[in-house]
Design a protein around this ligand. Sequence first.
Ligand code: TA6
Length: 299
Amino acid sequence: MTEARADIAALLAPGMRVGGDSASGPIIDVEHDGHRGQVSLFGGQLLSWQPAGHEPVLWLSPGAVFDRAAPIRGGIPVCWPWFADHPTETGWPSHGFARTATWEVARTESASATVRLTLPNAADQATYWRHTSRPRLTYRIGDDLGIDLSLKNTDTSPIELSQALHTYFAVGDIEAISIAGLEQCPFHDKLTGSDVPAAGAPIAFAAETDRIYRHLTGPIELRDPVLGRTITIAHDGATNVIVWNPWVEKSARLGDIGPADAYRGMVCIETGNVAPDLLRLDPGETHALQTTVSVRKDP
Ligand code: TA6
């Protein structure tokens, strides 16, 4: 084991080990009471979560690239400190720099299977982020999944950013699922550029879908009759839920979704704070974006 991997291993609680390889870099394998998860230090990204007695909850692309350069397709990419294209800087990386940066283990805890990461200052990020403030990312990998993305403004001036936990869920068939909990929420349709009033009905899928929902009203339910389960996504500190499936043509353009029909096995339900609902922090202020995911088998 290299010294770096040994240093990481020394920080891990019982039930955790350093996996991954020279291409992917360190991946923390977590096992606790039969619940399993994997956290990549590249990107600070949860790659998998499988609570005891359930099928994997997150989708990881069969075409995902593990070269510590490209963003990893699947799991929960951390979009930070901006979501999608930077609002003013063309050419800056889509969804920010955090998902292609190497995070560090701050602490772990066995009883709650908690892994806390921090994003260290790195010279190659100074272009993108001139603040002293650094994000903190905490995963609790158990019977349910808890995620906390927090930032304290330790600077002397206000900070404005956008962010999202870009969660890829595994589904039995995209055309069989429905998403409830957003019926009363208006959304921005990124495909048409239009702002759409609340639909008043659960979301179903028959084509590429890319929507930013606003004025959230409560937890989201992903109902999957093929896998016979319902996934509930509760959130706190979020102003937006983004719903995305690339369908056929965009999957082909992206190139790392996997086989032509791989899109049928996934849907993104993302929680965040994205334009126009940007996050603004005054000096000394702290914000936490929190998501809790739970799974139950349908009767
Ligand atoms: O969250 C939806 C979205 O913004 C889509 O527009 C699509 O671009 C997706 O994110 C994936 O982005 P990526 O940069 O990971 O290919």
